[in-house]
Design a protein around this ligand. Structure first.
Ligand code: GLN
Length: 456
């Protein structure tokens, strides 16, 4: 039934529907359940899902939303995909995203826009826009995504879904096409904290093929989510939970619908026993320039591998080797990717490195320290995910800075490598969903999921 829905997708969410592989995986899951073999009772056995097209897969092409990788077929599966396959999930195919995950609206994909299922004249958010739209349109119950500066939380917020980005290093980046390696992290978008917990448990864990993968035993995030807090009661499951509200996340200019829904969700959490405390993240605004120096710097380095030689698009006609590089890259990269490569190359160049890149790195450390100061006063931090609800397709025209500025509330947590969630908080302007952002300290996914679950 879901294959039929996926094939009839009118939102531009699916890039590939892999019917044959999906049916084979579903049959294998049935056989496993019937056999009673190890894993036959796994809660994800036979559950259909789909993957953001930034995870490489053997069963179908992987494009990262770029013309550069059109038709590219990986000889291996990304670790996240392999682990979900091993749990018995059934992948229906690959989901649209911004080119190399650069964007906030899925308007930067070489394979077309994705439309928001709540209002098809609006964007679904990005860069995991296909993921969010596929879940919101009920084409799949859950899907994978990646979050470098907000790309799981913001599309979840724009589509009324629940998304989690774990602590940097919890999910392996092996086989996830790199954008900004020190920030990229895999996660998931689903309909509930509970579904997110089940998927994250299966996706995560140490992987020796990713040097930044965290060495620790496998985690049961679902059990952590259900774990009752000390002193909690049925009516007050969040008793004793201190939620920090950074004043910088509630500026006077914040859209009334967004601040209204977020405040209502916070009042609900108070009813559930949580206490609200005022905190400050004084360098919130600086996270925009810091991120838009560091992320393009890393991207310019990561994307140098697409040279027209080893993989990817190669120009049909060229002169010497330099000309081949130039033509291949000029033809196949979209405008936003080119912009980031130019910014990144500039800030890393001799003479500018100290002025921009090094300064940004120092500020990144201070932003992370600011969070640690906050976590002395609270267990979780809350605020909006994005300053507005989903905007209209094409509304931002060709001003990329507008989109960059809208990342203000997701970038600080990304720069610090912290886990974060977006939880639906009701409807705002135009009947569009508003998300509540919850941020935790390192490895506090269990607390985050517990709080989100209590709200739902
Ligand atoms: N919007 C941010 C960017 O364009 C974040 C993207 C992401 O998290 N992948 O870089």
């Amino acid at each position: 039934a879901l294959l039929a829905r996926a094939k009839a997708d009118t939102h531009g969410a699916f890039l590939v529907v892999n019917e044959e592989a999906a049916l084979a995986a579903a049959k294998a899951a049935d056989a496993k359940r019937a056999s009673g073999a190890q894993g036959a009772d796994h809660p994800l056995l036979g559950v259909p899902l789909a993957h953001k097209d930034i995870f490489v897969t053997r069963e179908s092409a992987t494009t990262a939303g770029s013309k550069m990788l059109e038709g590219y077929r990986s000889p291996f599966d990304a670790t996240v995909v392999a682990r979900l396959n091993a749990a018995g999930t059934v992948s229906l195919g690959k989901l649209n995203c911004d080119e190399f995950a650069m964007g906030s609206a899925n308007e930067n994909s070489a394979y077309g826009n994705v439309r928001n299922p709540w209002d098809v004249t609006r964007v679904p958010g990005g860069s995991s826009g296909g993921t969010a739209a596929a879940v919101a349109a009920q084409l799949v119950p859950a899907a994978t995504g990646t979050d470098t500066g907000g790309s799981i939380r913001q599309p979840a917020s724009f589509t009324g879904t629940t998304g989690i980005k774990p602590t940097y290093g919890v999910c392996s980046r092996f086989g996830m096409i790199a954008f900004a390696s020190s920030l990229d992290q895999a996660g998931t978008i689903a309909h509930s904290a509970e579904d997110c917990a089940l998927l994250l448990s299966a996706m995560s864990g140490f992987d020796e093929r990713d040097a930044t993968s965290v060495q620790r035993p496998p985690q049961d995030f679902h059990a952590q989510m259900l774990q009752a807090r000390d002193g909690a009661t049925a009516a007050q499951p969040l008793k004793g939970l201190r939620i920090g509200l950074p004043k910088e996340f509630f500026p006077a200019a914040l859209a009334a619908d967004v601040s209204g829904r977020v405040r209502e969700a916070l009042a609900q959490m108070e009813k559930l026993g949580a206490t609200l405390v005022d905190v400050s993240l004084p360098r919130t605004e600086l996270s925009i320039p810091v991120y838009y120096i560091i992320a393009p710097a890393e991207a310019s380095s990561n994307l140098s591998r697409f040279d027209g030689v080893r993989y990817g698009h190669r120009a049909a006609q060229y002169g010497d080797l330099m000309d081949m590089y130039k033509k291949s890259r000029s033809e196949a990269f979209g405008p936003e990717v080119k912009r980031r490569i130019m910014i990144g190359t500039y800030v890393l160049s001799h003479g500018y490195y100290d002025a921009y890149y090094l300064q940004a790195q120092k500020l990144r450390r201070m932003i992370a320290d600011d969070f640690q100061a906050c976590f002395k006063q609270c267990d979780l931090i809350a605020g909006p995910v994005a300053p507005t609800v989903a905007w209209k397709l094409g509304e931002q025209g060709d001003d990329p800075v507008k989109a960059y500025l809208a990342d203000i509330f997701t970038l600080p947590g990304s720069l610090a490598g912290l886990p974060g969630m977006s939880v639906p908080a009701g409807l705002g302007e135009g009947g569009m969903p508003v998300g509540l952002q919850l941020l935790g300290n390192y490895f506090a996914e269990g607390t985050l999921l517990h709080a989100a679950h209590a709200l739902q």
